[in-house]
Design a protein around this ligand. Structure first.
Ligand code: CA
Ligand code: CA
Length: 228
């Protein structure tokens, strides 16, 4: 099977190119859209990890807890966080109604947690979309900051952007991680008032390297076509 036939088969919906009648220029003219289609098909069909969404609503049996000690899913160290908001077990400090339970990253011990973290056990090394909702403290104009660490991502967010009145705002980053990666939120501050966190999610994306290689191949063929 010639190369152009094999690629057409991969694409699945493109008629095989079976003849070189018309010379190289015609062949390239036909192969170019086939390759483009194949790239799109591969991108669409690339393995995707199941999305993981953590909304905190069922933590602690749905009951708010100051200086929450964490759970099998989340560990707290080097300080404290508060589990606040509203759940079936009660309501406490629900500054942003409609979000169920969520996290105040500076707890009630005058020492914001150095690490509020979750291990994504079973998540394979690769490239993912990390998203989470962050909000201002909703209480005062004090300076707040949190450093988020997850694989290739180390980024600090603070109250110059997430001001006192900033509502939950989704932050989205593409990150590369190893196996069983740890997501950690490290906060500064000791006034018991911190940035608020909710809706952490991780979802797989196609490997950029694959798309880049395909894109380079298509671009190269286009160049050859123009030169031909
Ligand atoms: Ca929530
Ligand atoms: Ca607090």
């Amino acid at each position: 099977m010639r190369q152009n036939e094999r690629l057409a088969g991969c694409a699945g919906a493109v008629a095989p190119v079976t003849t070189r009648v018309g010379g190289p220029f015609v062949v390239m003219k036909r192969v170019f859209p086939v390759l483009a289609f194949a790239a799109l098909a591969l991108a669409a069909g690339a393995p995707r990890a199941e999305a993981v969404l953590i909304d905190f609503n069922a933590e602690n049996s749905g009951t708010p807890a100051l200086n929450w000690s964490g759970s099998p899913d989340w560990s707290v160290s080097g300080g404290s966080v508060d589990l606040i908001g509203s759940g079936p077990g009660g309501t406490a400090f629900d500054f942003l109604p409609g979000h169920g339970l969520y996290i105040d990253l500076d707890g009630s011990t005058s020492n914001a947690a150095d690490a509020f973290s979750h291990v994504f056990l079973g998540l394979s090394a690769g490239t993912y979309v990390l998203a989470f909702d962050l909000a201002g403290n909703q209480r005062n104009a004090g300076f707040e900051s949190v450093t988020v660490t997850f694989g290739s991502l180390v980024e600090t967010f603070d109250s110059t952007v997430f001001t006192q009145t900033t509502p939950f705002t989704t932050v989205t980053r593409i990150v590369t991680v190893g196996n069983d990666p740890i997501l950690s939120f490290s906060s500064s501050g000791g006034d018991n008032v911190g940035l608020l966190l909710d809706n952490v999610s991780v979802e797989g994306v196609p490997e950029p390297a694959t798309l880049l290689l395909l894109g380079a191949g298509i671009a190269g063929l286009g160049l050859r076509r123009r030169r031909g």
